[in-house]
Design a binder for this molecule. Structure first.
Ligand code: PLP
Length: 397
């Protein structure tokens, strides 16, 4: 069926929660997608930082195919070897001791919010439940994560929101300090704000946040749903800042495109969850965790992290060179292959023109072009993207 016929059918049957581009991808390989009409696209969005290993990475595809032939789903009433293996991999490569599995980033953050509240309730009593998060943050679309998110447009008309969240400016230690009260139980932050427009905090910010948490007996929760899994050139983005959280959430790229989320915590905090306190039917089922094991092993063993750092530096440098050429580029920032280009003009037209020329890009907060290509991207593919982008920028200058 042609793309236009699919789009007509989508209009009839799919709820309008997204303003979708007129693109119907049906096949992917590495950094490329093909649509239903056979047109090829260079993908610098990667399913919004999901396809970190590119489309249909052979290791992930093989793990999914093998597992699909053995056991797709059982129940968390039983022990699941692939889930246990993935938990071991994540815990041995992080601060964490225990993992809980679910199906998305929002659910991972829900789990983190629930665990923080339960732990604090047991340790400090009923009055400590409030979680401080950042303005312009994004934590998901469930009611608790919408309440945690610091963006009015995400919350509009869904009130009453969940009680117990307070929002402060990101990268502002004084504001955080002022917001702490006897009710505070945790601080929840993205190490780099993604949907907020690729906002990288000062180098010392998180060290001061960690210290504030230690001094006040607060839990530090890192939402690494978008920036984790090698995106910044380290397995977890907080490794750049020389501190560890108490709880961390992951999702997006964790299983190479299979839907998964996880919440990791230290033993002491994880102990607040006991049988019956939290769960998920599909969470960490054999199929997705087999894909997760293949994904994490590939990221760790195939030199992906070094490559991400190298390609990230190259792309950042080239984008900085574009900034010198085009006055409407006001800032270029990022770590690894999580890069934002801030404009003084809306970015929607650039994204639209890029799509027409076979390049998938994204714009966050209306004026920040976001570059989150697969981490396996080659220099040649980066150059191909830059050639298309430069052509578009020349036209609009
Ligand atoms: N947290 C962050 C930082 C995100 O970027 C996102 C999604 O973009 C989420 C949470 C929500 O993840 P999901 O869409 O898988 O629920």
């Amino acid at each position: 069926m042609k793309s236009s016929a699919w789009i007509d059918k989508a209009d009839k049957y799919i709820m309008k929660t997204y303003g979708r581009y007129p693109l119907v991808p049906v096949k992917g390989e590495g950094c490329y997608l093909w649509d239903a009409d056979g047109k090829k696209y260079l993908d610098f969005l990667a399913g919004v930082a999901v396809n970190n290993l590119g489309h249909c990475h052979p290791a992930v595809t093989a793990a999914l195919a093998k597992q699909a032939g053995e056991l797709i789903h059982c129940s968390n009433y039983y022990h699941i070897p692939q889930q246990i293996e993935l938990a071991e991999l994540l815990c041995t490569h992080s601060f964490a001791d225990k993992a809980f599995f679910c199906n998305s980033g929002a659910e991972a953050n829900e789990a983190a919010i629930k665990l923080a509240r339960r732990y604090s309730r047991e340790k400090h009593g009923a009055d400590r439940y409030e979680i401080i998060t950042a303005i312009s943050s994004f934590h998901g679309r469930t009611m608790a994560t919408v309440s945690a998110t610091g963006q009015e447009k995400v919350q509009k008309f869904f009130d009453p929101l969940l009680h117990g969240f307070r929002h402060v400016p990101f990268n502002d230690v004084a504001a955080l300090k002022a917001a702490i009260s006897p009710c505070t139980c945790a601080i929840m932050l993205e190490p780099i704000q993604g949907e907020g427009g690729v906002v990288v905090p000062d180098a010392t910010y998180f060290q001061e946040v960690r210290q504030l948490c230690n001094e006040n007996g607060l839990l530090l929760i890192f939402d690494e749903v978008q920036v984790g899994m090698g995106r910044t050139g380290k397995l977890f983005a907080h490794e750049h800042f020389g501190i560890t959280p108490d709880i961390m959430t992951l999702a997006k790229a964790l299983a190479g495109g299979a839907p998964i989320g996880t919440m990791l915590a230290t033993d002491e905090i994880a102990a607040a969850f006991v049988p019956g306190t939290h769960g998920s039917t599909f969470g960490g089922n054999p199929l997705v965790t087999a894909a997760g094991v293949a994904t994490v092993r590939t990221i760790l063993e195939d030199g992906i992290l070094n490559r991400t750092e190298e390609m990230g530096e190259y792309l950042l440098g080239e984008l900085e060179a574009l900034q010198k050429k085009f006055s409407f580029i006001t800032d270029v920032r990022g770590i690894g292959l999580m890069i934002g280009v801030e404009l003084s003009i809306p970015g929607a037209d650039i994204v639209k023109k890029a799509l027409e020329r076979g390049l998938l890009l994204n714009c966050a907060q209306e004026k920040v072009l976001r570059f989150v290509p697969p981490l396996i991207v080659s220099k040649q593919e980066v150059d191909e993207m830059l050639a298309i982008l430069t052509g578009i920028l020349e036209e609009i200058k």
